[in-house]
Design a protein around this ligand. Structure first.
Ligand code: FAD
Ligand code: NAP
Length: 271
């Protein structure tokens, strides 16, 4: 084990951003890590929203990027799931943070992956690729979602087995979570799929829809119905474009905060 002995990296106050202390960091593999920061008392958000976070860039200018909050709206800390882009302006530095460091946090959150942008339904499908899982960790850990939907199905498509961040917690149906443990045991389903290594489930999300694996253990028909099913999509641009077209072909209407619909989308990164 290596022990980091450097002093915490502190940031100068900035008028547009709050500074928040890093509480913990968990590295999943060479491409992914999670961390949590203190939640400023004034920071409010809805489960599924994103916010700008960052570090000091060149000179005094903060270097900010959009991040989905992975913790639910009631949580005391703000948790994030992050990619490590080798030469990425932010993540080449962010991946080195340790507890006690400061990071900048935007004052306002926003986003469409929220229950308010969906019409009522019975089953909620949370379809993600890569770090697109992040907002769904927030939604699936919010007790309110289990009041609104009978079943919540989180699907995570990744290239390699080690990219399945939070796999053990999700397989365990979030049982350790004191607020939603009981509801999730009865209503939450997790469908991980790995596309470039052997795994018990392989194939892209569209294939799982075709072969029915998306519905294993889920009550109801093994097809998506606009009358009863609602869908949130987050991940690569290509996946969102393809899947949104597929849903529209089945009669699903895209929703927004102003006009709730049958499905909502958000890119997990700008590709
Ligand atoms: C609405 C929104 C929400 C986002 N939420 C998250 C999140 O929760 N977690 C997260 O890690 N990133 C998220 N991102 C991406 C994030 O804003 C940054 O792009 C990322 O942190 C990399 O920053 P960078 O400065 O190191 O590299 P950038 O210059 O921003 O990106 C360099 C390249 O790396 C690739 N890349 C960037 N981010 C990702 C990613 N997440 N997955 C795969 N490839 C990527 C793209 O090809 C991109 O062109 C989100 C982006 C948007 C628009
Ligand atoms: N994760 C890694 O191992 C890794 C390593 C080095 C660099 N990167 C870089 O990070 C970026 C994103 O990588 P990522 O692995 O997070 O995301 P990704 O390439 O989007 O892959 C994540 C998952 O999404 C699936 N997918 C991709 N396009 C799809 C579509 N149109 N419809 C349905 N499913 C689709 C992939 O399946 P397929 O496998 O079938 O494409 C994979 O299961 C890339 O630019 C990559 O170069 C990633």
């Amino acid at each position: 084990m290596t022990v980091d002995t450097r002093a915490p990296a502190l940031l100068p106050a900035h008028p547009a951003f709050a500074t928040a202390k890093v509480l913990w960091v968990r590295h999943w593999n060479e491409h992914l890590f999670s961390f949590a920061i203190e939640r400023p008392a004034s920071f409010r958000f809805r489960s599924g929203e994103f916010v700008m976070i960052g570090l000091q860039g060149e000179g005094d200018k903060p270097l900010m990027r959009a991040y989905s909050v992975a913790s639910p709206s009631w949580a005391e800390e703000l948790e994030f799931l992050s990619i490590k882009v080798q030469d990425g302006p932010l993540t080449s530095k962010l991946q080195k943070i340790v507890p006690g460091d400061d990071i900048y946090l935007g004052k306002k959150s926003t986003g469409t992956l929220v229950a308010d942008a969906l019409l009522p339904g019975r089953r909620l499908f949370l379809l993600s690729t890569g770090t697109g899982l992040a907002p769904f960790l927030s939604v699936a850990r919010d007790p309110e979602i289990y009041e609104r939907f009978e079943q919540v199905i989180a699907v995570h498509s990744v290239r390699r087995v080690s990219d399945l961040a939070y796999h053990d917690e999700l397989v365990g149906k979030l049982a350790e979570d004191p607020l939603i443990g009981e509801q999730a045991a009865a209503q939450f389903h997790y469908v991980p799929t790995v596309t470039r290594e052997p795994f018990h489930t392989s194939g892209r999300i569209g294939e799982l829809l075709e072969n029915g694996k998306l519905f294993e253990g889920v009550a109801g028909d093994p097809v998506l119905h606009p009358e009863t099913d609602r869908v949130m999509l987050c991940g690569s641009m290509d996946m969102i474009r393809d899947f949104a077209a597929l849903l529209e072909g089945k009669g699903f209407k895209e929703g927004s905060n102003n006009a709730p619909g049958d499905f909502v989308i958000e890119r997990a990164f700008v590709g």
